[in-house]
Design a binder for this molecule. Sequence first.
Ligand SMILES: C[S@@+](CC[C@H](N)C(=O)[O-])C[C@H]1O[C@@H](n2cnc3c(N)ncnc32)[C@H](O)[C@@H]1O
Length: 410
Amino acid sequence: MSLSTALEAIVAEAPGADGHRHIMRLAVNAAAAARNYPQPWHVELPVDTAERVTKLLTDLGDLATWGAPELGSLHEQLLAAEDRSASGSWYTPPELAQPLTRAALSEVTDLYLEDNPGDVLAVTVLDPAVGGGVFLVAAARLLAAAYTALLYGTNRPAPLTVQAVMPDVLKSCVYGIDTDPVAVDLAKSACWLETSGLTPIGWLDDNIIVGNALAGDLPPALTARLNSTGPLAIVGNPPYKDKAKGAAPWIEARRPKPGHRRTADELHRPSLDEFRIPGHGRTDGLMSNLYIYFWRWALWRAFETRLATASVAFITPSPWLTSPTFDGMRAFIRQSADRGAIINLTPEGKAPPGPTRLFPGVTLPLCAAVFTRCRGPQRQITAEVKHATVTGTRDEKFRQIEQLLSPAGQ
Ligand SMILES: C[S@@+](CC[C@H](N)C(=O)[O-])C[C@H]1O[C@@H](n2cnc3c(N)ncnc32)[C@H](O)[C@@H]1O
């Protein structure tokens, strides 16, 4: 049976949003069973349906190796199978999520220095559009390795040692938000698989939540933590959707003009005004893309609400790098951060040939960018930004990204 026929058969067994959610929970249970872990989710599907779907899932591959990328990809493909015209949520391949997360983390904390292990637990990683949790899993693995290295003085901790600290690392360090409840289930499941099933599935209920990042929603466990002085890394691949005017009123609203009364909320919120160039009102329509709103939100959260060291590392469409519409955005980012690195992921331009695409279904040109601020706001200093481009096939690009973002390459 071809992949698309198998997926259509799976969707037909349990249609609708609720069916989709329970199929994904069943997939997590099947992945857990294949590794001899307990079954984390209660699944509301008739027993014979569950058996048929499990058989179809088993035909898709070795479920014992499934984690965030495979579960995310299944969710993405089931969404597409439900509605072939839907644009889908493009989940990031681990070959891209891992080096970008490592770069964001090594920017805010030197993971390789002898230091207090507790410092590792003070690091906060937030993916505001978490999807299947691929960035959070990458962060948790890096932080767990750094934590055990500092605890036990070895750079090669045994896998069992890393596993033993994973629940604490996850609970302290990783946070996520997504509007899609199935994505939130998956992100929690992917993190749970990292604990080898040692925690209850609700372990991260206060860390990873269903919510709208652009409306200011935050995981309850994160709210107090943001007042701490620990470093913060905001990572991810936020959604791209143009003509999104009205999707983020909190961010799109103009700031009151000088001399007008300002409420606390008007001051303590992000505003696209900082990306706008006076007299260029016509460009507002072009800025109405969800990923631009996420950039504005992340810069505010990382650099304007806190003094501690922070980084923002996003994969997004690349027009903001060169288009005059985004002159104000680029200037604002360079004023907010101390330094930055940008990788052009699609030098081929729009609709790149299939073999060169890092996201097989995405035809937009993309970039990866990491911006860091270490020393509190210093508006008079403009960030130095390094630029690089990756070329060739998907695998060749992954290799170049790995090198460019390695501690030695940065
Ligand atoms: C492009 S996917 C990326 C997911 C994940 N970060 C990854 O890279 O694999 C974008 C995700 O953003 C979510 N999303 C869309 N609008 C959102 C919002 N306003 N707040 C939080 N999540 C949102 C979608 O449900 C989707 O899961």
